[in-house]
Design a binder for this molecule. Structure first.
Ligand code: APR
Ligand code: PHB
Length: 387
């Protein structure tokens, strides 16, 4: 089996790269361990930055997002019993879309299949051979049989636990890693959202976030200790805790059946460089952000738009430079997102340290009173265009 670009992973990153290459007439094959139903149902992120939404529109994948996604022009910060709205449109002229990662993946997979693209579900990549040579190979197992995919280039879009990052020789990479001292207990609830906009709430009992998936489905999160077992949290306890952490006079949290519960560890992680020979890393395999800044999905989409353009420059104009520059270019946005995500996390979560908590309170007061400080948040949240 042979293709030009072998892509590992069918989260949002892999199929988007495959689709963008297809638009330029460059063939690729996507290998995905799981089955289609699994990747389409996995609950993940839900906020698409201004630029990432434009990217999806540009490559013909924006139609359902435009129709069914919800444009948000601000977020609400809640702390010390009051509320402050950060107005994105006013502060930086950009917005975000509420559009679930599951929907992006569904559209991508359907589109690749309609275009005759190859996404091999149930195909687990086991090794990347000869990344430094001219003819790399990806070994994979499908339906119990070992197969080899020969290619010009390998794009590893196989998430944090994939083989992509681990295929780089240890001496060729540097990693930066921080596990934050709390996790998020996330729930999906069959109830209309209690607010038109996302609510980021800082409370002495811990952080809480109110998000949504649609006009009928709410997505909510609670800061919890790292060793939390979601099964130990009854629905009643979750609703009580959310209500208390987000309490505001005259506002009520709507409750309904909880249809999904999961725990998300809070990690900041970067691998440098994001390439080695003919192997390129994109998305979660190369970097992880804590979800407070809603950046993981956006980084993954942005990462793959770079090699897509770079492969097009190479195959259509013989220009190697964008591919050589991929890691440097991608890492500029990655580090901006790492800083913003760690900053938002630090701003809103409760720590053991009383001094730290007092500083946070002052910082939030400053944000609420300073247009310059709010603009910084708005610019980063909606995505900085030139990066
Ligand atoms: N062979 C084939 N597929 C693999 C392998 C392997 N060895 N290892 C992992 N995969 C698949 C996983 O099953 C998964 O479907 O790679 C895919 C990686 O997808 P994601 O984890 O969604 O990663 P990515 O496309 O980079 O998207 C990042 O996902 O975790 C969220 O918040 C994050 O929104 C961000 C996005
Ligand atoms: C979500 O809707 O899942 C979500 C929204 C905002 C975040 C993180 C997650 O910061």
């Amino acid at each position: 089996m042979r293709t030009r670009v072998a892509i590992i992973g069918a989260g949002p990153a892999g199929p988007l790269l495959s689709h963008m290459l297809h638009l330029a007439g460059i063939d690729s094959v996507v290998l995905e361990t799981r089955d289609r139903a699994y990747v389409e149902a996995r609950q993940r992120a839900g906020v698409v930055e201004h630029g990432a939404a434009e990217l999806l529109q540009r490559v013909g994948l924006g139609e359902r997002m435009e129709r069914e996604g919800i444009v948000h022009s601000g977020i609400e910060l809640r702390f010390s019993g009051h509320s402050h709205r950060v107005d994105f449109t006013d502060l930086c002229g950009r917005t975000v879309r509420i559009w679930a990662q599951t929907e992006i993946v569904k559209d991508l997979v359907a589109r690749r299949q309609a275009d005759g693209g190859q996404i091999l579900f149930g195909a687990q990549a086991t090794a990347i051979e000869d990344a430094k040579g001219d003819r790399p190979k990806v070994h994979f197992v499908r339906k119990g049989s070992h197969q080899v995919l020969e290619c010009d280039y390998v794009a590893a879009c196989d998430g944090f636990h994939g083989i992509g990052r681990r295929s780089l020789p240890r001496q060729a990479v540097r990693t930066f890693d921080r596990l934050h001292p709390f996790s998020w207990l996330g729930v999906l609830a069959d109830v209309a959202p209690s607010s038109d906009e996302l609510i980021y709430a800082r409370h002495e009992r811990g952080f809480a976030l109110h998000s949504l998936r649609s006009e009928h489905v709410s997505r909510l999160y609670l800061q919890v200790p790292n060793d939390t077992d979601p099964a130990q949290w009854s629905d009643e306890r979750i609703w009580d805790e959310l209500s208390e952490r987000m309490a505001l006079p005259g506002w009520e949290l709507k409750q309904g059946p909880i249809i999904d519960k999961s725990l998300t560890p809070m990690r900041s992680f970067v691998t440098e460089p994001m390439s080695h020979g003919r192997l390129y890393l994109a998305g979660d395999t190369a970097h992880i952000v804590p979800p407070t800044g809603a950046k993981g999905l956006n980084l993954a989409l942005n990462d793959v738009s770079l090699p897509a353009q770079a492969f097009i420059a190479l195959y259509t104009h013989g220009d190697h430079e964008p591919l050589q520059e991929y890691s440097n270019t991608a890492l500029r946005r990655v580090w901006r997102a790492e800083h913003f995500s760690a900053w938002m996390t630090h701003l809103l979560h409760t720590f053991e340290d009383a001094f730290e908590n007092r500083l946070q309170h002052d910082h939030l007061e400053f944000l609420a009173s300073s247009r310059a400080a709010s603009t910084q948040l708005a610019e980063n949240y909606t995505g900085i265009p030139h990066l």
